[in-house]
Design a protein around this ligand. Structure first.
Ligand SMILES: Cc1ncc(COP(=O)(O)O)c(C=O)c1O
Length: 246
């Protein structure tokens, strides 16, 4: 976004022109920035080619999600509505992860029926509910457990998710108990350790600290996780692009 002769432009299109054409208020997204962010992620993590999931909560515009899907991304959803939206955008169920605290039984049933990649649980009661539903359906459900790593993301307090006072995830002790609970279950297949420390993170150090915690937990849990779901969104300057470059 840039001013040219006092006129605000986004990707060389004047916002006045957009306002005339579409009226106000209108939302305007930069495809160039979207593409650049996705490619930057892909490039930086190319050595292990991860599944990159878009957090649907951050933008529920169907057309935007359809574009994101074209880059091969999956979806991180936190409600049945978001899950439906991701599916509607054409994202394959095996590229969808259902996170979030306090999923309802209806949401869990829907996620199981759609055979999504993972349901990431955030509490013991959620595991119990999944176990109950999976038993009724005579299914084995793939899940992740979200660990609260008690790591400060050094971001705004309101968008921090990985400190012990934040509502997300479980502490180490509960984590180990839940791993043991899953080991005994016939209807749950524990595949993932999930972690998310916050949004708009502008520094690499919180990620390093989070990785150190995970390393210790995996070693102690003595369990082979097929997936590690890493989260904490970057603020824009970590992409190496200044927002004036649009
Ligand atoms: C599991 C999970 N995924 C995604 C997000 C969205 O944030 P970001 O896009 O910054 O990772 C959050 C935020 O709370 C979250 O808890």
């Amino acid at each position: 976004m840039k001013y040219f002769k006092n006129k605000l432009k986004i990707e060389n299109v004047g916002v006045h022109t957009l306002a005339k054409k579409f009226g106000t208020p209108s939302y305007c997204y930069s495809y160039r920035q979207l593409k650049s962010n996705i490619n930057s992620f892909k490039k930086n993590f190319s050595s292990f080619d991860p599944l990159i999931c878009f957090a649907v909560k951050s933008n529920t515009n169907l057309n935007l999600i359809k574009e994101i899907k074209k880059f091969g991304l999956g979806a991180d959803v936190v409600s049945m509505g978001e899950l439906m939206l991701a599916l509607k955008a054409g994202i394959k169920p095996k590229k969808i992860v259902f996170s979030g605290v306090g999923k309802t039984s209806e949401e869990i049933k829907f996620a199981i029926d759609k055979k999504i990649l993972l349901i990431n649980v955030e509490s013991q009661s959620e595991i119990e509910e999944i176990e109950k539903i999976a038993k009724q359906k005579n299914k084995k459900v793939d899940i992740g457990i979200r660990l609260n790593p008690n790591t400060d993301a050094k971001t705004l307090r309101q968008i921090s998710t990985g400190k012990k006072e934040n509502k997300f995830g479980v502490n180490d002790k509960i984590f180990f108990d839940l791993v043991n609970q899953c080991k005994k279950s016939k209807n749950i297949n524990l595949k993932c350790l999930s972690v998310h420390i916050g949004s708009q993170i502008l520094d690499h150090r919180p990620y390093e600290r989070m990785l150190q915690v995970i390393d210790r937990i995996i070693y102690k849990a003595n369990y082979k996780f097929e997936f590690i779901d890493l989260g904490g969104g970057h603020g824009h300057f970590l992409y190496g692009l200044k927002n004036t470059e649009l």
